[in-house]
Design a protein around this ligand. Structure first.
Ligand code: CA
Length: 220
């Protein structure tokens, strides 16, 4: 899962990037509204964390522009304490949730997980596919209760497939959702991650759909 952080305060931006990186997300960051708007308009984020007070273009304007051009990714806005009017304006502009500064990283991560799973139509923090369970609260994958040992990129691939179970996911989708923008992307590595995951998972769980990509589904 790939997240855009929009925050102009450098220390907070770095804390958010560290916290989200440690939680297993691929992270891009923007420090002003113009860059934020461009990234959110051109890159496929699984969620956005958007500060409202930003240089060059304010967060409400950025959000309205995204929504007016059909960008539907979940957006969590960061608002000032006592900023109830900001919350109202943000939600009316298309925000899905808000958090008041200062906040605890754990709460932000929980709200982010909820936004991402709701966007994928999942009600629970535990995603299940046949014998495979992925607990998004602690990035733990188990098969019949036995924990799997996954690298961070293997986890990102598996998490993306689990959030999109029974759907065909292309190699380029996977690349765009497991790597940050400045990462040196190599499409062959996706095949490597899939091959490694298949060795760790029961046979038949990840199917290759020729010419289209991969599909994770419970074996019949
Ligand atoms: Ca700000």
């Amino acid at each position: 899962m790939r997240i855009l952080i929009v925050e102009d305060e450098p220390t907070l931006q770095a804390q958010l990037a560290d916290g989200l990186g440690a939680a297993g997300y691929a992270v891009d960051a923007a420090g002003n509204g113009v860059d934020a708007h461009y990234l959110g308009d051109t890159e496929p984020y699984d969620a956005v964390i958007l500060d409202l007070g930003l240089p060059q273009m304010d967060g409400i304007t950025v959000l309205k522009k995204w929504r007016s051009t059909g960008r539907t990714m979940p957006v969590l806005i960061l608002t000032a304490r006592d900023g109830w009017h900001e919350k109202v304006a943000g939600i009316d502009a298309g925000a899905d949730d808000y958090l008041t500064k200062p906040f605890h990283m754990e709460e932000l991560l929980a709200r982010l997980r909820a936004l991402i799973r709701r966007a994928g139509g999942h009600a629970s923090a535990e995603l299940i596919c046949g014998p495979l369970t992925l607990d998004t609260r602690n990035n733990r994958a188990t098969v019949d209760g036995q924990a799997l040992t996954l690298t961070s990129h293997e986890y990102r691939v598996l998490a993306y497939l689990m959030h999109h179970r029974d759907e065909v996911v292309s190699r380029s989708d996977l690349i765009e959702h497991i790597y940050a923008q400045d990462f040196d992307r190599d499409s062959n590595t996706v095949e490597v991650f899939i091959a490694r995951l298949r060795k760790k998972l029961p046979p038949g769980l990840i199917e290759t759909v020729r010419g289209l990509g991969y599909r994770l589904s419970a074996p019949q």
